[in-house]
Design a protein around this ligand. Structure first.
Ligand SMILES: *Cc1c(COP(=O)(O)O)cnc(C)c1O
Length: 387
């Protein structure tokens, strides 16, 4: 469905043709197994781990939105990432973005290492450092952009260009942007992975993960692991995901514009030490972000200077929920040092630039002026702490 714009594609993909009954939504096939016509033959599906029509409909939607040939859905984002990384073998080496999601960090450090799949964390904003870190047994580079929570932007096309000179597979975690804002495959990535729990599902009501690629060879490997390991997405959650995706574009347009407004306002407040948002002109990643994505997205971080200021500010906020995760309809404020990055030691937090005064905001669909007024009153109450 490559001829349409994203808004049309999103609706066409999630409204498949039901030849039997004309239903406008994909039926939920709550079945673990499928009957066979005879000893020798199967229908289109045989057993639901290997394939389910509802899941397949959602898989095709993800693939189409990412501009991929093949899509796969998993029970969580971590199941998708693990399954993709299990296509590698003992002895392989993978270069990983310096700032990756905590669960991905744990997967590389504590699980893949045990199977002799090694890795190095590299600042992929530094292309020379990336080039230097490529070893003889390096097989892939794993990008997360913008990164969490410092919102560093990696130039996907530039990294892919170098990577392909060495025959590396480029994997990109596109969770923070979603295919509506950024399409890593069109920039040279080979595999896109997602926590579909976040913007794709969009309502904080399910866990899901996705992988997409246009390479038949990589797709076969991913499908083999999906079926062999079996961390697949259930039929009902696949249907919920399809329902959530219908509003992906409108949600992200609105949340991105509110994020830009809030981040731009915060940047001018004396109590705020720094705002991390590639949608802002002042941000070091702005030019690359503008080149490779439709907007700065719905997530930004900012630094209030101290944990004490953060505590007071968060207590005074009336609209956002204070929680882990992102990408819902509600504005979510989280505290990276004690949530997503709780596993890092004090010195690792410092090394990674994760400040004790830092808050991450995933902007939801509430009224922009209400959000701004709420941030304003909460900030006024910490004036004496940040002077
Ligand atoms: C949440 C998240 C994940 C993990 O996804 P789950 O659905 O929670 O398993 C991976 N990458 C990023 C960037 C995330 O934000």
């Amino acid at each position: 469905m490559t001829d349409f714009h994203d808004f049309t594609k999103i609706i066409k993909d999630t409204t498949p043709e039901d030849k039997q009954n004309g239903a406008l939504n994909t039926p939920i096939y709550m079945t673990s197994t499928f009957s066979q016509p005879d000893l020798e033959h199967f229908h289109r599906f045989d057993y639901a781990r290997s394939g389910n029509p509802t899941r397949e409909s959602a898989e095709q939607t993800i693939a189409d939105l990412e501009g991929a040939e093949y899509g796969y859905l998993f029970s969580t984002g971590m199941a998708a990432i693990s399954s993709v990384l299990l296509t590698f073998s003992a002895g392989d080496h993978i270069i990983v973005s310096k700032h990756v999601y905590g669960g991905t960090y744990r997967l590389f450090n504590d699980i893949l290492e045990r199977f002799d799949i090694s890795h190095d964390y590299v600042d992929l904003c530094d292309l020379k450092a990336f080039n230097r870190s490529i070893k003889e047994n390096t097989k892939a580079v794993y990008i997360e952009t913008p990164s969490n929570p410092t919102m560093d932007v990696t130039d996907i096309a530039a990294v892919a260009k170098i990577a392909h000179q060495y025959g590396l597979i480029v994997i990109a975690d596109n969770t923070f942007m979603s295919p509506y804002l950024q399409k890593p495959l069109s920039l040279g990535a080979d595999i896109v992975v997602h926590s579909a729990t976040k913007f794709l599902a969009g309502h904080s009501d399910l866990l899901a993960g996705a992988a997409a690629t246009s390479s038949k060879e990589l797709a076969d490997k991913i499908y083999f692991i999906q079926n062999a390991i079996g961390a697949t997405l259930g039929a009902f959650d696949s249907w919920l995901l399809l329902r959530g995706i219908k509003t992906l574009g409108v949600r992200l347009d609105r949340s991105s514009s509110s994020a830009l407004k809030l981040a731009g306002w915060l940047e001018k407040q004396p109590q705020v030490k720094k705002v991390y948002y590639p949608g802002l002109k002042s941000d070091p990643g702005h030019d690359i972000q503008k080149k490779q994505a439709k907007s700065g997205g719905a997530v930004f971080s900012f630094d209030l200077g101290s944990q004490q200021a953060v505590e007071k500010f968060v207590c005074n906020l009336k609209i956002p929920v204070f929680s882990v995760s992102l990408g819902g309809t509600e504005t979510i404020v989280s505290y990276p040092p004690k949530m997503s990055h709780a596993e890092l030691s004090q010195s690792d937090l410092q090394k990674d630039g994760i400040k004790l005064g830092m808050l991450r905001v995933s902007v939801g669909l509430e009224d922009q002026d209400d959000l701004l007024a709420d941030f304003k009153q909460a900030l006024e109450q910490i004036k004496n702490l940040t002077d």
